[in-house]
Design a protein around this ligand. Structure first.
Ligand code: VGL
Ligand code: ZN
Length: 210
């Protein structure tokens, strides 16, 4: 069993309608994790949410690259970029955090991906590996303990957030069954390998909930 301490933080990544069944970039079984995250959240004094938040002409959208289809890749200034269906366009229904997520004590919502020319899977920094979101500053200023990461999708925004957290010196654990993957082209296996390599812990929710 893992004893949750008062200074630990639950990070809830991108539980938004576009990533849930019926959404434009729906993650299979994404809705199944919502009740579990609600339950986990009752154990944490500190909860932080992230919200994917793109302008309608965002560079990660296949629709902005003539001749390209979703899930193809392009080379951008900052490296390879997977192209996605239009999703989480700011102020659209799909960008809203699910109303089924019941975490009234959540303290902060970090929006990311709002610069047209840079994607941001990670809650900590954009894909140029330079532009910070301020999340590390917030957490450090609050002098928090361990980070426990949940949400969507395991192999993209959850993994990148966990990896950047670990790189930033945080003690990071992913609660595997409180996430669901997109799993495009071996991305899930790669993500777990990268996280293991970075020292990110991988647990199941029962180790916290009993
Ligand atoms: C995500 C792809 C594009 C995610 C966000 O939340 O994992 N994936 N934008
Ligand atoms: Zn996105």
């Amino acid at each position: 069993m893992i004893e949750i301490r008062p200074d630990d933080v639950l990070l809830v990544v991108d539980v938004q309608y576009d990533f849930l069944p019926g959404g434009s970039l729906a993650v299979a079984g994404g809705d199944e994790i919502v009740p579990l995250i609600n339950k986990l959240a009752t154990r944490f004094r500190n909860v932080v949410l992230t919200q994917d938040w793109h302008p309608a002409d965002h560079i990660s959208f296949a629709s902005q690259h003539p001749g390209k289809a979703p899930f193809e890749s392009v080379a951008l200034d900052y490296g390879p970029q997977v192209l996605w269906p239009d999703h989480c366009v700011w102020d659209s229904h799909g960008a809203e955090i699910s109303r089924d997520l019941r975490i009234p004590h959540a303290q902060l919502v970090i929006r990311k991906g709002f610069n047209r020319a840079i994607d941001s899977y990670s809650g900590f920094q954009e894909a140029d590996r330079e532009t910070l979101t301020g999340l590390a500053g917030y957490l450090n200023e609050r002098d928090v303990g361990r980070l426990f990461v949940t949400g969507l999708a395991t192999d993209f925004c959850v993994a990148w957030t966990a990896l950047d957290g670990a790189a930033g010196g945080f003690d990071v654990t992913v609660i595997e069954d409180a996430t669901r993957p997109i799993d495009a082209d071996g991305s899930l296996e790669q993500a777990w390998a990268d996280m293991e390599e970075a020292g990110v812990e991988r647990v199941m929710s029962r180790e916290i909930l009993g």
